[in-house]
Write a protein that binds this ligand. Structure first.
Ligand code: FAD
Ligand code: 2HG
Ligand code: ZN
Length: 482
């Protein structure tokens, strides 16, 4: 990609020497100090194969104390650090830019406790999201966050990116669901904020600083999260709309008509459908009779199978009669439901297989949300495919431009136009993926100078040597002394 071309290695950082390796071996044990070339090469490159570092060292701490020792040591030696979880991040935040030490808490994957009355789960940050959800399924609870990368992303990574996902419209943000965190700061200080209270107004609620901080302020080692009860009845409909205006009307109608049972409202356009069908193995169009301009997935979650199903069916019949939807299907069993989800969740993978991808993750006012996709299509003409999809229920558009090969001319047509457009409509240039390396110097499109300055002061306060995930999140020019 082109995003990392302008970054210079911070000359105040040291490079690893043999004494460092000996120290880490002493503290962590040989097996947790990885210098193996193959292991390192996959840890150096991101999920999209777009961002690539050259780290020589991957550390796998087994507990908070080891994390603390690692950071205390790295801070005193001025060794830069990248916290890495499942490495599924989409903004180049989870891989080194140069030779930063990679720290992955994946071995810290124990469930600490589940309060069976409140549903409050405490676990280590390296737990894989899907494993947590499988554990909770047995206990009658569910994770309040769900996303396509659930099989490899870690809860610590989810919290660090403040990931949104497919159920955000129902369960809301991790800023609401996360009740507590344990965090290790750059100098090794352990902050125990692992409360499990739903209400606690004693001073500043510092855990929020770390939710969405993308590893730039410390390493999250434990998480306490409020999990909702797993309800017995889930239904999923896959619908077709003729235009974007119908999608918006359908959203409003779903909020009013389905109310408390609405648990997902996702959309994809025709171009996304075409790409998924051509690139993702086993993907089948649930509405195969013809190709439509827009598709909507509506999921409901409730307590009464008969009532919930009837409610959804009535909603669909009404919407069909009113012309809001052209066609639709309700999943008849769990396999069909997962094949519907496969279409929506498979788009990211389809884009990866299609070649080069220019990925944007925007929050925009709902009525403007698809306009940018159409404008982008006009700008790029036949030189690229422009896909629009995302979490319509949350006003979150995933705009992706796909070309067979990376092309500077295409890139120049996209940026800065897309950021300027978003800024002009008071949108956000990162709805849920974060800024990472890709957008560290783009933050001003969504945040004022005063706010970015305060963020930089907080960063300097918590991490004076700037060792935590350097070159990411904030513009380098605001952090490094000139
Ligand atoms: P990584 O990718 O390893 O890291 C992400 C960031 O968090 C990095 O900046 C890293 O330094 C930091 N980090 C990781 N662990 C820690 C820790 N313990 N302490 C401090 N910092 C840490 N995102 C969404 O919001 N919604 C989606 O629907 C969604 N769907 C996705 C679907 C696919 C197929 C893929 C590949 C990605 C998707 N993502 C989505 C993006 C991504 O943000 C999430 O997958 C996930 O939250 C990242 O978790 P991870 O463990 O892989 O973190
Ligand atoms: C999703 O919602 C993810 O599917 C990934 O956030 C979006 O690939 C993308 O742009
Ligand atoms: Zn998303």
């Amino acid at each position: 990609g082109s995003a990392c071309r302008n970054v210079q290695r911070n000359p105040s950082f040291s490079t690893i020497d043999s004494d460092d390796i000996s120290y880490f071996r002493d503290v962590l044990g040989d097996k947790s100090v990885i210098q193996d070339v193959d292991r390192l090469s996959s840890a150096n490159i991101d999920w999209m194969h777009k961002y690539k570092g050259s780290s020589q060292l991957l550390l796998l701490p087994k507990d908070t104390e080891e994390v603390s020792k690692i950071l205390h040591y790295c801070n005193s030696r001025k060794l830069a650090v990248v916290p890495q979880g499942g490495n599924t991040g989409l903004v180049g935040g989870s891989v080194p830019v140069f030779d930063e030490v990679i720290v992955n808490v994946g071995s810290m994957n124990k469930i600490i406790s589940l309060d069976k009355v409140s549903g409050i789960l405490k676990c280590e940050a390296g737990c894989i999201l899907e494993n947590l959800d499988l554990f909770l399924a047995n206990e009658g609870y569910l994770m309040p966050i769900d996303l396509g990368a659930k099989g490899s992303c870690q809860i610590g990574g989810n919290v660090s990116t403040n990931a949104g996902g497919l159920h955000f419209v129902h369960y809301g943000s991790l800023h609401g669901n996360v009740l507590g965190l344990e965090v290790v700061l750059a100098d090794g200080t352990v902050l125990d904020m692992l409360g499990s209270l739903q209400k606690d107004n004693t001073g500043y609620d510092l855990k929020h600083l770390f939710i969405g901080s993308e590893g730039s302020l410390g390493i999250i080692t434990k998480v306490s999260i409020l999990t909702p009860p797993r309800l017995s009845s889930t239904n999923l409909a896959f619908l077709a709309c003729k235009d974007y205006s119908s999608c918006q009307k359908l959203l409003l109608k779903a909020k009013r008509g389905l109310g408390e049972v609405l648990s997902a409202f996702e959309f994809l356009d025709k171009h996304s459908m075409e790409l998924v069908l051509s690139k993702v193995e086993g993907a089948r169009n649930p509405l195969p009779s013809s190709l439509h301009n827009f598709y909507i997935l509506i999921e409901t979650t409730g307590t009464d199978e008969t009532y919930d199903r009837a409610k959804l069916e009535t909603f669909l019949v009404n919407s069909m009669e009113g012309g809001l939807i052209l066609d639709g299907a309700i999943a008849q069993d769990i396999n069909q439901a997962s094949s519907f989800w496969r279409i929506r969740e498979g788009i990211t993978e389809a884009l990866l297989k299609a070649g080069a991808v220019y990925k944007y993750d925007l929050s925009l006012p709902i009525e403007k949300l698809y306009e940018i996709v159409e404008e982008m299509r006009l700008r790029l003409g036949s030189s690229a495919k422009v896909l629009g999809y995302g979490h319509l229920g949350d006003g979150n558009l995933h705009l992706n431009v796909s070309t067979t090969h990376y092309d500077d001319n295409v890139f120049a047509q996209i940026e800065p136009f897309i950021y300027e457009w978003t800024s002009a409509h008071r949108g956000s240039i990162s709805a849920e993926h974060g800024l990472g390396l890709m957008k560290a110097d783009k933050i001003h499109y969504s945040k004022s100078t005063e706010i970015v300055r305060l963020m930089a002061s907080l960063k300097k306060l918590l991490d004076p040597n700037g060792i935590m995930n350097p070159y990411k999140v904030l513009p380098q020019s605001m952090l490094q002394d000139k």
